[in-house]
Design a protein around this ligand. Structure first.
Ligand SMILES: Cc1ncc(COP(=O)(O)O)c(C=O)c1O
Length: 437
């Protein structure tokens, strides 16, 4: 064993080989410089404990963070299920795969020699990867256009704890719509959870621009992820070695056009609304939102809306809600309970601007709404509304025509929604609120 332990960079893997009634443990010792493994130890079933001792001995030298300190402590694990112990310590993948004879088959060892091939192979099983155009990764220090390589380290807190913040925006004709607003919200979200962004706004813009330009598309979605970064698998954010940035461009696919003509259905969510403090942060902890989407599909609604414990209307899974009430006032919910949607805020600003212009020249307003307000809305405000809209980056202004299967207004998309949708679309294409990438 002394020879084995001298090279602490060596990779070792125990393999259980089952032949008939005999089970033997083979320890494979792999030198990083060599492309093959050398078997260094083998024992039969009744020699299990000795084999486990060997494995732990080797690992103690190669992985200093292993907590087993003395051979005596290894002996105490003899009576437990050894396979389980090995699995728990990552020394063995507990394979459920069996060969034709019903014997367990060891899972293949993945290393730097076959990783790329394995990743590229995933493209066959994940058709969504065809939508992924490019990704910048601070972790890898560059941009890739190969979807299977768009991966993250599992020990990044964003992956195993949702500890990160993100933004999603659209690029149309090369214009990044509301880019400044998205970056501002990213900064606010990050600062609320104590992630300090090492990239300046100019640097972020440059990275986004380069990641987009390599796609050679005029339209696409851009998502920006700022994570706490890799660390241990613990919950402690201070274990992280530093924030990481990932920017991903995916194909632009607008929401189906016929839904704007028919309107969509909305249901009442049973998922508790986010606490106000969390609702205002666009963190990667989106379990609540995911469950709302799942709920809508399971129950046959297009979207769901959540109400808080006091009955206040909040928002949909990834969309804001605005109503045109029976006094023809455009009203959005108070910002304390929701994510401050960039699209909703811009759309209401445009709505207010056109109203003001008409008022200034003393002409009557024939837009179908008379005021733009915020208010504390409840379920009755939806059922009694003239029109209801869902608003967000991926939707623009989408009319809601049914709530809990009952008609809103006359059950058809109304003129105000169409007008607001046009205002927003023109704004996007004019590029007034956008940055050219
Ligand atoms: C919870 C939630 N509310 C509202 C929105 C709409 O925000 P925006 O218009 O900035 O896309 C989103 C968008 O991602 C969201 O996730």
């Amino acid at each position: 064993m002394g020879v084995v332990c001298t090279n602490i960079n060596a990779i070792m893997s125990p393999h259980f080989l089952k032949t008939g009634k005999e089970i033997s443990l083979q320890i494979l010792y792999q030198m990083p410089q060599m492309n093959h493994s050398i078997g260094i130890g083998q024992c039969r079933r009744n020699e299990y404990s000795a084999a486990i001792l060997i494995v732990f001995n080797i690992f103690q030298f190669s992985h200093s963070h292993f907590s087993f300190q003395s051979p005596e402590s290894y002996l105490t694990i003899e009576s437990q299920n050894r396979c389980e112990i090995l699995t728990e310590f990552g020394l063995l993948t507990q394979s459920k795969l069996t060969n034709k004879k019903g014997n367990n088959v060891a899972l293949p060892l993945i290393d730097s020699n076959n990783l790329i091939e394995k990743l590229m192979d995933r493209k066959k099983t994940n058709p969504h990867q065809n939508q992924y155009l490019s990704m910048y990764s601070s972790w890898l220090g560059g941009i890739t256009t190969e979807a299977p390589l768009m991966v993250l380290p599992l020990d990044d807190h964003m992956v195993h704890r949702g500890d990160g913040v993100f933004e999603a925006m659209i690029v149309r004709n090369g214009w990044a719509f509301l880019l400044k607003e998205h970056l501002k919200r990213l900064a606010v979200s990050a600062s609320k959870i104590g992630i300090s962004c090492p990239w300046s706004e100019t640097e972020l813009q440059e990275i986004i621009s380069e990641t987009y330009r390599i796609t050679r598309q005029s339209d696409c979605f851009v998502r920006i992820f700022l994570s706490r970064g890799p660390g241990t698998f613990s919950v402690n954010p201070y274990d992280s070695i530093g924030p990481q940035l990932h920017v991903i461009c995916t194909r632009y696919s607008p929401y189906p056009a016929d839904k704007y003509l028919s309107g969509v259905t909305l249901g009442r969510s049973a998922i508790p609304a986010k606490e106000p403090w969390f609702a205002q942060i666009k963190s990667c902890n989106y379990l609540h939102n995911v469950l709302m989407k799942k709920e809508s599909i399971d129950q046959g609604f297009d979207f769901m809306v959540a109400f808080d414990s006091q009955g206040h209307l909040t928002e949909s899974a990834t969309e804001n809600i605005v109503i045109l009430d029976n006094k023809r006032r455009l009203i959005r919910p108070e910002l304390d309970f929701i994510l401050k949607g960039t699209t909703m805020m811009r759309m209401l600003e445009l709505a207010r601007q056109v109203l003001q212009k008409r008022n200034q020249i003393g002409e009557p307003t024939d837009f179908g709404y008379t005021q733009v307000l915020q208010g504390s809305l409840r379920e009755v405000d939806i059922t009694s509304a003239h029109e209801v809209f869902l608003i967000g980056t991926t939707l623009n202004v989408l009319p809601v025509t049914r709530f809990q299967k009952k008609k809103i207004g006359d059950g058809m998309p109304g003129p105000v929604g169409k007008f607001l949708g046009r205002l927003l679309e023109e704004d996007i294409l004019r590029g007034e609120s956008s940055i050219m990438l």
